[in-house]
Design a protein around this ligand. Sequence first.
Ligand code: NDP
Ligand code: BG6
Length: 526
Amino acid sequence: GGSSARDQQNTKKSSAKETGVDVWPSGEAHDHMTFCVFGASGDLAKKKIYPSLLALFYEGRLPKSFSVFGYARSKMTSEEFRERIRMSLGCRIDAKENCDEFMEEFLKRCEYVHGNYDEGADFEKLDQEMLKTEEGKKAMRVFYLSIPPSIFVPVAQMSSRYVQSKTGETRVIVEKPFGRDLESSRALTKALAAELSEKQTYRIDHYLGKELIENLTVLRFSNIMFQPLWNRNYIRNVQINFSENFGTEGRGGYFDNYGIIRDIMQNHLLQIMALFAMEEPASLDAEDIRDEKVKVIRSIRDIDIDNVVLGQYKGKTSGSNVFPAYLDDETVPKGSNCATFAAIALFIDNARWDGVPFLMKAGKALHKRGCEIRIQFRHAPGNIYADKKSKPISRGGGGTAGDSSNAQCNELVIRIQPDEAIYLKINNKVPGLGHKMDRSILDLTYKSKYSVGELPDAYERLILDVIHGDKRLFIRNDELEAAWKLFTPLLETIESENIPPELYPYGSRGPIGAHYLASRWNVRWG
Ligand code: NDP
Ligand code: BG6
């Protein structure tokens, strides 16, 4: 007997109306969820929030009773809004699946209200509309502030005054950027705290919702083989690399006010570094994890400007293709020195990491899109196979370009995206009667190991965590403060001295200076 996976899927597919959970994992006694996206007419709502909600619905992860509101100034009826988001919704779970029925059922629960972001009467109208869908149930309300930071505070004020749930909890998701520096971030934290408690506030860093970042603590703390190696005695250097093969197309106006350090490093890459380097938390409890992250961020040494390389992409013509320079973007001020690339050597002054360079690199308009952590281990001491002349070791399987000493070091790579993988480079004898050695790879490539289809989008995981009241993957206010304390002096130096970035061609590997920086610390970029 027993039904096949396909049967189960068909059963699931045919029951869009019944999908959903009855019991709230956080144990709170809610029996409805009202989710509201402020800035619903915008890019993030369309690209990430609505598709993630649909995917959660499809997977049966949303509460049985829920409604989704979009709020923005743009004038539209709910019907027009549904038409608009229908276009951006797809079936993430499996492109071959037909999830039309789910989509229609989902769209039925979507409403749109237009109004200003600082008008009490408009928010009262929103509250009335929400109450209609809640039908007297005990409702949790989740608000997603998918709006520019300039209006975070008025929207937090209005929503806390007029649309907080009267029958259950209200939780508010805040998008980055959380300020531009220590001072503005403190001011924002203070202004938001006047309206929302820390418990209600979910500061999102979507990198924390990525599968391999979630897995980092599993890898570190549940494998005895990594535990003893995870320190200065065995690890020679760590790289955290982020690259995109497109420029700031269309977002130049936003970007110029922030630059790559604020856009990517102060949040996404620093979060990865903290999870990579922190001590083992007392438990998986959100506060225990965040305590350890704050501690390690505070142990990072002040950044020396000599350990920083800045770059900006210039245009490139290749055949008939013209790739624009950053400065060609009309929304970018003429002659801007804003960095679209940065490489930084960081050091953690604690017993575990003393002297180990952590090289962070992030850039737009580079040769490829990707994000990975590369851990280069020390040489095996007294290695009897180290004599390269008599026992040649060739480069195998996409290894690091290396001199003779580099070629034999183990390297662990955690590829966050694309094509998620964890692989370990080891030295291995080529099978056969000879004595040739090779650099081989122990390879855990997700798509060949796990047949789970496409992995959930980071936003899916994070939205689900908010519904569950799980704050492990959200940024606590002291963490944010520590992150800004680290980067603000550097940003002030760069901006007050108006340091010019080194130009690099669109689609290249970035400025040469980054290679000099790495070689100063005896590192080769992966
Ligand atoms: P948008 O610029 O698209 O803004 C969202 C909506 O806010 C707009 O549709 C508009 O709606 C309203 N709005 C825009 N500018 C103003 C303004 N000056 N005053 C009042 N309302 C305004 O933002 P995104 O959707 O791209 O992003 C939302 C938030 O998420 C931002 O904080 C952004 O930094 C952050 N973010 C975005 C990412 C992305 O990929 N897009 C990635 C990571 C973070 P209307 O006019 O209808 O009211
Ligand atoms: C955002 C940045 O936070 O992350 C963008 O503002 C960047 O500039 C994006 O493109 C990258 O996210 P992902 O998930 O596509 O790697």
